[in-house]
Design a protein around this ligand. Structure first.
Ligand code: MG
Length: 393
């Protein structure tokens, strides 16, 4: 299969940074649209395309290989978000096109989220992918039309993205392409600003892929450019390359006339709109963790117990042995030496007898200070000890 391609990406007119990333190399093309604060979206989209690119080494021969690659990208982003508090909740959409080696004219199309792949054939354009978004669900249910979805106030809510959960479901389909077909991958910055009819017009009017990609991005900016916009255009110009039996040869021959500058993985920084659904998920998770830690901390600090420190009896606040990283702290120090206490009282200290309040612990400490030392008779000691213990809850 012989391809020619071009690509273009732009920050737009409103955002400060470009959090889209693209990949356009022989046999593998992708657009990723990152999300997350502190530039984390840029990290997520870059991780997605760089992970995907590792598939070029072995070739992407089946749907499962492509699906596994995308799921691997999901794991890489998810793990990175756990390792860095500034990247919690980062994620990215992804649409990818892979040319199947020896695929008899077939390509694979994957998508997660609302980045799209279109096919222009014989002048007619159709969207190959189905968005994983709130408005797409409304369209599916017949609540709104596809045209309404383009301007719906909640059009930016995605229901699936890479990096948000440990696992992700990836839509992968096989598509037979023909000479003359044109594929177009894009982030939602394009489709939110430019109608499908206008996109199709541009694709029909600009035969050079790089020009078509640039014109589409310019059209999005001219319409407002409220988001980052990324476009990859791929033309199927021939099917005369036979790669059988030679794994070292590229399975796609690029015609580099117009493709080179943009046809490289370009994960560029840009700021992207917040995605309400995912932000809410992060807030809920953080709130649950915070409440859990707060309850744990309260429990860990809720009691008192008697113990020993440097040979002297002390009152600790907390739980004997501590709870996780909540260690007991010294609440009161007596002047009673443990070695001077009679054996039965020593056992109270050694067993770290617990109390429900500071007051009862203090009373017990006062009792210890009143206990005759082991130099007095054992009878007296036992009696005093026994009587006083009953007053301590
Ligand atoms: Mg976007």
């Amino acid at each position: 299969m012989q391809l020619r391609w071009g690509a273009h990406t732009d920050t737009g007119k409103v955002r400060q940074q470009n959090e889209d990333a693209l990949l356009a190399e022989a046999g593998l093309f992708a657009v990723a649209d990152g999300m997350g604060g502190h530039n984390a979206g840029e990290v997520a989209s870059a991780l997605a395309v760089t992970t995907l690119k590792t598939g070029l080494r072995e070739g992407i021969a089946t749907s499962d290989v492509l699906r596994n690659l995308v799921q691997q990208a999901n794991s890489v982003i998810y793990t990175a978000s756990l390792d860095d508090s500034t990247q919690v909740g980062m994620g990215t959409t992804l649409t990818a096109v892979a040319v199947v080696p020896e695929g008899d004219g077939h390509i694979l199309v994957a998508n997660v989220g609302d980045s799209r792949t279109y096919l222009l054939r014989n002048g007619e354009m159709r969207c190959v992918t189905t968005d994983h978004s709130y408005v797409q669900e409304l369209v599916n249910e017949g609540v709104i039309t596809a045209d309404d979805a383009r301007t719906h106030p909640r059009r930016n809510i995605v229901t699936r993205a890479l990096g948000i959960d440990r696992n992700v479901t990836v839509d992968v389909q096989s598509l037979r392409v023909e000479r003359g077909d044109r594929l177009m991958l894009c982030s939602d910055g394009l489709v939110d600003e430019v109608t499908d009819a206008d996109i199709a017009d541009v694709l029909r009017m600009h035969p050079i892929p790089n020009e078509a990609a640039q014109t589409l991005v310019h059209a999005a900016n001219a319409a407002g450019g409220r988001d980052n916009t990324t476009v990859v255009v791929i033309d199927v110009v021939g099917d005369d390359i036979d790669i059988s039996g030679d794994s070292t040869r590229p399975f796609v021959t690029p015609l580099q006339d117009d493709a080179t500058p943009a046809a490289i993985a370009v994960p560029e920084a840009k700021k992207k709109r917040s995605r309400v659904l995912i932000s809410l998920s992060v807030i809920v998770v953080v709130a649950i963790v915070a409440i859990g830690l707060s309850v744990l901390g309260m429990y860990a600090r809720s009691g008192y117990f008697i113990g020993e420190k440097d040979g002297v009896v002390v009152v600790y606040r907390g739980r004997p042995g501590g709870v996780l990283w909540f260690k007991p702290t010294i609440s009161a120090v007596s002047e009673v030496s443990v070695e001077d206490l009679p054996p039965d009282v020593v056992s109270d200290v050694e067993s770290e007898r617990t109390f429900s309040s500071s007051l009862t612990a203090q009373k017990f400490l006062q009792f210890l200070e009143s206990v005759p030392t082991t130099t007095t008779t054992s009878t007296t000691t036992t009696s005093t000890s026994s009587t006083t213990k009953t007053t301590v809850p």
